[in-house]
Design a protein around this ligand. Sequence first.
Ligand SMILES: [Zn+2]
Length: 315
Amino acid sequence: MKQFMTSSLLFCLVIIAAMYEKGNSQVWNYRNGEPDGPEKWYVKYPHCGGVMQSPIDIVSSQAIYSPALTSLNFSDYLMSKGDNFTLSNRGGRMVQLVYSGTPIYLLGGGLPTAYKLVQLHFHWGANQYLGSEHYMDGKSFPMEVHLVHRQVQLANFSVAQELPYGLAVVGFFFQMSERNNTKYDQLLKYFHNIVKPDTATEVESFQLTDLLPANLDSMDYYRYFGSLTTPPCYESVIWTVSTSYIPISESQINLFRNLQNENLNNFVNGYRPIQDSNHRIVTTTLQDYPSSASLTHIQLHFLLICVFIVALYIY
Ligand SMILES: [Zn+2]
C-alpha cells in the first residue's frame, strides 16, 4: 500500500512538473530589446527564425495579379447570430473572440479547400501611426483584425497550425474615423470585463460580418504564404490581406489601449515587427498595378519612340 502511495505521489509530481513546464513554456512578449522580445523569439521558438515569416510589408507595385483569386465567400459569417462567443484578454498579449457555435466555413478565394473559423483577434498600437502587423507600401495602420481558420478536414487547430496550408487567416486594416463605428459597440460594451490579463467573458452573439467591411463579397485582397505572427511562428498560414478598411474612432480604439498587459500596464503595441519577405511572391485580385513585365513593355515602347525622334532629328 505504501509503495502504491509513493508511486502515485511521484506520478502526480511528474504530471504537475510537466504542467508547470508547459504553462511557462509560452515565454514571449512584444517588447523589443527585452530577452523575450520579438527579435529573440527564435531562441526559444526556432520556427520564428524561418524564411517565410509574417507579417510583411506588402509592396503593391510588386504584387502579381492572379485570376485564380476569386471572391471569398463569407456567407456563413451571417449565421453567427444565436451562437456562442467568448471574449478574452489572453495574458495581456491578445484580445481574442473565440467562436464555438454552428461551424462557419470560409470558401472560395483560391483557397485549396474549405476552412473553418476558430477565432478572431486584434493587434493595435499606442497611437494611430502604428498597431497593424502587416504594412502596405511601407505604411502601417492603427489596428488589424485577424480571422483565423483551420483546414476543415484536419482534426483540430493544434494539428492544423503545424501543417503547410493548415491555416487560412484573413486580415483587415482599421482606419481612424471621426465618428464611432457603432457596429463595434456590441463587442466593445464587454471590454470592461476583460481589463485584467487572463480574464474572459461570454458575449451575446451577433453577426460577425458587422465587425467587417461592407463589401466582403467583392473586396480586393493580397495573398501570400507565411506564418503565425506569434510563437511558435509555424509557417502554415495562407494569408489574405484585404484592401477594404474598417473604420474606428479614437475613443473606441482607446478601449483596447486601456486593457492591461501581464505587468498591469496599458496593453499597447501588441504586434510583431515586419519580417523579411525573402522574395516571396504576393498575388492580388487588383489588376491596376502594372506588373514588372508590362513595365518592361512600357519602357520598350518609350525607347522605340526615343529612337524614332533621334532618327527624325538625324535625317
Ligand atoms: Zn494576429
